[in-house]
Design a binder for this molecule. Structure first.
Ligand SMILES: Cc1cc2nc3c(=O)[nH]c(=O)nc-3n(C[C@H](O)[C@H](O)[C@H](O)COP(=O)(O)OP(=O)(O)OC[C@H]3O[C@@H](n4cnc5c(N)ncnc54)[C@H](O)[C@@H]3O)c2cc1C
Length: 536
């Protein structure tokens, strides 16, 4: 598999558009592509409009200096067996997407000077934790039971987002039976009911970076979803994360649709509270009564709709009660030896200054010279068995760490690559600090690095179309997870939402949001045969 270029999709030009589409999708991330692909399978002709030079949103990859990096896919869980997640990926990609397992130790947690890890498989995960915390067997067992309880409650949680008011009322006994107050409690409170051991709590929350909030601020629901997601280990898309979009797009094209890149939507045009189409940034108007926005709820209601759109007022008010997720720094590293030669692991490293994750975040936000509250290191070329075919004799490493958006606001309106020396100096300083975390854990790499570059929250805005460099769209606080207004159907006729903001972050979260949006648009009756095909 040798991609000549990682620019997936077809460059937008007004004269390349078909005369008529059944739906327009804004954004080609996992949420947008899933919705487009499922609608295509139901016979709809769908046009996906992506502002970036390549399709995929956070699943895209990019190449520079002979290296290839992913930007928002480091590992996916739940695809090692015939699970619902795997069946959906198989369906969307017609089986083209293949997965490589990571090491059995998929996550390693450096907490202060202690080292813990998570191992693949429910029993192995449990036994391994008990080995590390022999006096906490009961708490560990109860924790795993809670994960099961949350798993049982998830379908009802998702269904609530599709049902209308009266349907919700009708189904309220079922929804009540399946829901549990524990879902919306904060993670730390739930875990401290199980144990007083702060190291054990820290280890159980060692993946907090996967949803972007430390335990005292996050919802147990999302904590449990992520822990369950990776319980049977981590997997990497063979060929790189760009293969996700690349393998889904043919489904959209087969139904006469297309995925256009360099296609920035400037405005969703609404007349008399009904969508009539979108205006592109070249001024061209694309007419269509059905528009699905996967560009994030903030972008949609605060950026793409005219201020006086009546149906938008409620959302603008409600958006004041939710907050954007943290912004992040990325370091993209290239080395002139293969992952095998360098002995790079298929294990993610999570590095924490100590076991109080919330306090570490507060310290860092107050003072940038404090230790990073979490540093995540991933070894993509080691995880991808095809990488060596595409880029022989080289390896890549990626580092991700949080960074307050406010540190970068003064450069937010500057053009990428032209933000000036002070910006370059600041980001290089942060990059150098992050590189030291890598050398601290793998000192043998010092002197081996051929190239690295740093991305900041304003890079996320530039490439991902975000407003505040959001790592995961809206933050997963209890306040965000409870309300049912974060759902596919909006109060504007013909305007639908999809992607991570209407369910949860993660490639799988955005994919499942795509399924919910499709169900909302076509109705359960039309969706049922398709679901049968997917889950046969
Ligand atoms: C650093 C990082 C690491 C991550 N690691 C993992 C991981 O290991 N595993 C995992 O499961 N998840 C991971 N995630 C999360 C996951 O990638 C996202 O939650 C998911 O891909 C979001 O999908 P989405 O479709 O909702 O949004 P996005 O992928 O952000 O797609 C939105 C799209 O809309 C486009 N857009 C915005 N405005 C416009 C406009 N006006 N016109 C046209 N297009 C527009 C954007 O360019 C973008 O392509 C990670 C995320 C980050 C940032």
């Amino acid at each position: 598999m040798t991609p000549s270029t990682l620019r997936i999709g077809y460059r937008y030009r007004p004269n390349r558009l078909a005369k008529k589409y059944d739906a327009l999708v804004i954004g080609s991330g996992m949420g947008g592509l899933t919705t487009a692909a499922l609608l295509s399978d139901l016979g709809w002709k769908v046009c996906v409009l992506e502002q970036h030079y390549t399709a995929g949103g956070y699943t895209h990859s990019y190449e520079r200096n002979g290296y290839e990096w992913d930007v928002g896919v480091h590992y996916i869980g739940d695809v090692g067996a015939k699970t619902r997640t795997r069946q959906m990926f198989d369906y969307l990609s017609d089986g083209a997407l293949k997965w490589a397992p990571m090491d059995a130790e998929y996550d390693r947690f450096y907490i202060g000077d202690k080292i813990y890890n998570a191992r693949a498989g429910r029993q192995e995960f449990r036994d391994n934790l008990i080995r590390q915390f022999p006096h906490e067997e009961v708490a560990i067992g109860r924790y795993l039971d809670l994960l099961t309880n949350v798993g049982d409650a998830l379908p009802a949680f998702a269904i609530r987002r599709v049902l209308g008011f009266w349907q919700r009322l009708l189904m309220s006994p079922y929804l009540w039976l399946k829901s549990s107050q524990i879902l919306f409690k904060n993670t730390y409170d739930v875990l401290s009911d199980l144990t007083d051991d702060q190291d054990l709590i820290a280890v159980l929350c060692g993946q907090w970076g996967d949803m972007g909030l430390p335990p005292k601020r996050s919802t147990f629901l999302v904590h449990a979803m992520i822990a369950r997601h990776y319980l049977y280990g981590g997997f990497y898309p063979i060929g790189g994360s760009w293969r996700i979009a690349d393998s889904i797009i043919p489904k959209i094209q087969a139904a006469g649709g297309e995925v256009f890149t360099y296609a920035r939507v400037e405005e969703i045009v609404v007349d008399d509270n009904a969508v009539t189409g979108v205006r592109m940034n070249d001024g061209h108007f694309i007419e269509c009564p059905c528009v699905i926005s996967s560009a994030g709820i903030g972008n949609t209601f605060q950026g793409l709709l005219a201020k006086d759109t009546s149906g938008a007022a409620d959302y603008t008010r409600r958006l004041e009660n939710v907050e954007p997720s943290y912004a992040h720094l990325g370091v993209y590293i290239g080395l002139q030896s293969s992952a095998e030669e360098l002995g790079l692991p298929k294990t993610n490293f999570w590095i924490y200054p100590d076991n109080d994750f919330d306090a570490a975040v507060d310290r860092f936000v107050e003072n940038e010279n404090e230790a990073f509250p979490v540093v995540y290191i991933s070894f993509p070329s080691a995880k991808d068995p095809d990488y060596a075919e595409r880029h022989p004799g080289t390896a890549t490493i990626e580092i991700v760490a949080p960074a307050p958006y406010e540190w970068f606001t003064k450069w937010r309106d500057e053009t990428w690559g032209k933000r000036g020396e002070d910006y370059e100096a600041f980001k290089n300083h942060l990059g150098e600090r992050l590189m030291e975390y890598l050398y601290d854990k793998l000192p043998e790499l010092r002197g081996q690095v051929d190239y690295y570059e740093v991305s900041t929250p304003v890079s996320t805005n530039w490439f991902g179309g975000y407003q505040r460099g959001e790592l995961y769209g809206l933050a997963h606080t209890p306040r965000r997870m409870q309300p049912t207004w974060l759902r596919p159907k909006t109060s504007i006729q013909g305007l639908w939402l999809t992607g991570q903001d209407i369910l949860t972050c993660g490639v799988t979260g955005a994919m499942m949001a795509g399924m919910l949006t499709t169900t909302s648009i076509v109705g359960v009756r039309k969706m049922a045969p398709l679901m049968k095909r997917i889950y046969s």
